[in-house]
Design a protein around this ligand. Structure first.
Ligand SMILES: Nc1nc2c(c(=O)[nH]1)N[C@H]1C(S)=C(S)[C@@H](COP(=O)(O)OP(=O)(O)OC[C@H]3O[C@@H](n4cnc5c(N)ncnc54)[C@H](O)[C@@H]3O)O[C@H]1N2
Ligand code: MOO
Length: 396
């Protein structure tokens, strides 16, 4: 798995790592990054470094699950008062008494059920009903007891998880730090704005990865690196490594005369863990480390760069956050997914009626199909028509 980087051999032989193995290596190698305590408002999309425990019981008090009447004993009942949410009942109820009550209001002592308005008839202060078996009272602590662990360390704080933490009285949570990510965009032909001139291309990877990482709640710094002089990437990588937990080098991953990544890694005394992955597109991708700093090399072809980001960057980020790899949903792929011997194909698909429909026209250098896809379907070499296959969600 580990190899020492040699001086840039243009025609070196790489042994590409199987796609699932590359993901697993990128996920299990990192030690989780440091933890910090942040207010709940800032914790969305972060990963818990410590479990969340309930500070209070839930519900916090016996309360009405319906708008209607809290009643005691058998009806008809005499209505003696009214309790709204946020109020405390003025008195308890005796047998044959009722209090009008709002959903969420504390039920008066003595009440044995809440009868919803819809099934009641009322004449003056007398209310009648034939209630069903449901009591419509949410009992103190029936959901959560105080001190109970609700979310484990390693849990991603989704909107529902934030709401849950707030509902049990939590104001701040211990989460993993946000890794600092720098992107180095290489290529003398690559321009940032406007219309490309002869031989030029617009940077598609910078905007794509900025958006992808933002969807994972991670801000990025983007820097341009010229191909010439040959030492420019080494200098840029050295300064990026000083400031960033992860440096993503875009382009320069292959074996061409301007592909300086391996020389730069050598200069940084980096250990390379993944050097080529048996997938299409995106095979010339790379994962390396020096100290606690990580380098991910993604190919210059933009769709290949997207695939590489899901292959190495997403698992690396999960590992740094101390989080499990996201569980991939699966679907049956319609038609011929064209499996290829010896490598995993990643194809853009649209999801319709629980089936994955491949989008035509995918090329490593073109993002059209990926831009209108719901997911990338993972097609192993052994794929057969009608077989379910893993999906990587790319549309959020
Ligand atoms: N002899 C070989 N040549 C190539 C191989 C190989 O195995 N042997 N692999 C091919 C594959 S597959 C890919 S992918 C590319 C990877 O090349 P690099 O990562 O070194 O990237 P570049 O050479 O710099 O650029 C490739 C291509 O992508 C365009 N590009 C680069 N950066 C951007 C950007 N930010 N936005 C949009 N487009 C970008 C660049 O202009 C080139 O067209 O190598 C193959 N060659
Ligand atoms: O990774 Mo390359 O783009 O397979 O085309």
């Amino acid at each position: 798995m580990t190899s020492t980087v040699r001086p840039h051999p243009h025609h070196r032989t790489r042994v590409p790592m199987p796609w699932h193995e590359a993901r697993s290596v990128a996920h299990r190698l990192p030690v989780p990054i440091s933890a910090e305590t942040v207010p709940l408002e800032q914790a969305g999309g972060r990963t818990l470094a410590e479990p969340v425990h309930a500070a209070v019981m839930l519900p916090g008090f016996d309360n009405a699950a319906m708008d209607g009447y809290a009643t005691c004993g058998f009806g008809p009942w005499r209505v003696t008062g009214r309790v709204l949410a946020g109020e405390q009942p003025a008195t308890g109820l005796l047998s044959g008494e009722a209090a009008e009550i709002a959903t969420g209001a504390p039920v008066p002592s003595g009440a044995d059920r809440v009868v919803e308005y819809e099934i009641t008839t009322r004449h003056g202060d007398i209310v009648s009903a034939q209630p069903g078996p449901r009591r419509h009272v949410r009992r103190h602590g029936e959901y959560v007891t105080a001190g109970q662990q609700l979310l484990p360390a390693g849990h991603l704080l989704t909107p529902a998880a934030l709401g849950l933490a707030a509902s049990v009285g939590v104001d701040a949570v211990a989460v993993r730090a946000v890794p600092r990510v720098t992107m180095l965009i290489t290529g003398d032909e690559v321009i940032d704005h406007g219309l490309p001139g002869p031989g030029q291309v617009r940077d598609a990877i910078g905007p794509m990865l900025t958006g992808l990482l933002a969807s994972w709640h991670i801000p990025t710094t983007r820097l341009r690196v010229p191909d010439q002089p040959a030492g420019a990437l080494t200098a840029a990588l050295t300064s990026a490594l000083a400031a960033a937990d992860i440096t993503v080098v875009c382009g320069s991953s292959s074996v061409g005369p301007a592909d300086h990544l391996h020389a730069a890694l050598n200069a940084a005394a980096a250990t390379v863990y993944v050097d080529g992955v048996a997938c299409r597109p995106g095979h010339p991708q790379l994962l390396a480390r020096t100290g606690d700093r990580w380098i991910v090399g993604v190919p210059g072809n933009p769709f290949a760069a997207l695939v590489a980001s899901f292959t190495l960057l997403q698992p690396l980020l999960a590992g740094l956050a101390g989080r499990a790899l996201p569980q991939s949903p699966s679907a049956v792929v319609c038609g011929d997914a064209r499996p290829a011997a010896g490598h995993t194909r990643l194809i853009p698909v649209r999801l319709h009626q629980h089936l994955a429909h491949p989008i035509d026209g995918a090329h490593p250098g073109y993002l059209g199909p990926a831009a209108s896809a719901d997911a990338l379907a993972v097609i192993p070499p052994t794929w057969r028509p009608g077989q379910r296959t893993e999906l990587l969600g790319i549309s959020s």
